[in-house]
Design a protein around this ligand. Structure first.
Ligand SMILES: [Zn+2]
Length: 281
């Protein structure tokens, strides 16, 4: 074979090799793009499931459609509306979201995320309690914050790790302004994170759920806790035999001058309870 023939052969081999390496690079790029998309969808699935339980399922279906947003929203609405009928068959009942009654969810935000479900016994505790509050203080509205998801025991309603069995619920505080009770009103729009500061033995630690959110505190309106209703709330809840535990910060228990062995401190690693009352069966 002459010199030209050898050169042609080598050039052909180089072309083949470069074609193979281009093919490999293209395949790697395609694979990494697929992996990124799977990871992105998985993250969205986890996030939507964590905040609403049913959102992840709606997303899983929607990713197979071109008009993803429309399919997601409509599937989510259908699933959430179905849960209102199906969850009671599995032992959890929804609380009313929009009503003119003495008991309702603080915000439609909770219902939009399927966070308003309870076992029937706790629902009747709340109904009885809100009726007694209304009886003692006419015009009182009892507002409910996070409750539980519609399905499955052991599925926590984050960030409330214990709200996983339908037997726990958070209630908003009662507020006043210029010594006038404010029905249906809380300092923050969702009822949480407007803290009543007071002495605490908990150390400063960033690795807990005991958030202070100091940067948020200045934006809330300057409403005060309505002392009479707050004290009556603790008393009525503690007197109910169906209620097992009530969590509120110790400095508030002292402020309202009511104690019971059911009223406990949740500990320094859990969320602060000087923005809401936690009760459980
Ligand atoms: Zn709670």
């Amino acid at each position: 074979m002459g010199g030209w023939g050898l050169a042609r052969q080598m050039a052909a081999m180089r072309t083949k090799r470069s074609f193979a390496s281009h093919l490999f690079a293209a395949k790697t790029l395609w694979l990494s793009r697929v992996m990124m998309r799977v990871l992105a969808h998985f993250s969205v699935f986890i996030f939507l499931t964590a905040i609403s339980q049913l959102g992840g399922l709606a997303w899983l279906l929607a990713i197979f459609f071109r008009h993803r947003a429309i399919v997601f929203v409509s599937t989510y609405i259908v699933l959430s509306a179905s849960a209102l009928w199906i969850a009671p068959m599995f032992g959890r009942e929804p609380l009313p979201c929009l009503s003119n009654e003495t008991l309702e969810m603080r915000s439609v935000f909770y219902c939009a995320l399927n966070r308003q479900y309870l076992v029937p016994e706790l629902k009747s505790v709340l109904k009885d309690y809100s009726a007694k509050m209304e009886g003692a203080f006419p015009g009182t509205k009892t507002l409910v914050l996070d409750a539980n998801f519609p399905f499955f025991s052991g599925f926590p309603l984050l960030p409330h790790i214990s709200h996983d069995d339908g037997r726990k619920v958070d209630l908003a505080y009662y507020y006043e302004s210029d010594q006038v009770y404010l029905p249906g009103v809380t300092r923050s729009p969702i009822g949480y994170f407007a803290f009543e500061n007071g002495p605490t033995d908990c150390p400063d630690n960033v690795f807990t759920l005991r958030w202070d959110l100091a940067w948020l505190q200045t934006i809330w309106p300057d409403y005060q806790l309505e002392r009479m209703r707050m004290k009556a709330a603790l008393q009525l809840l503690a007197e109910d035999n169906r209620v097992g535990k009530i969590f509120i910060e110790p400095h508030l228990k002292l402020r309202f001058g009511f104690d019971s062995d059911k009223i406990r401190f949740q500990g320094c690693r859990a969320a602060r309870h000087d923005d809401h009352i936690h009760i459980q069966l």
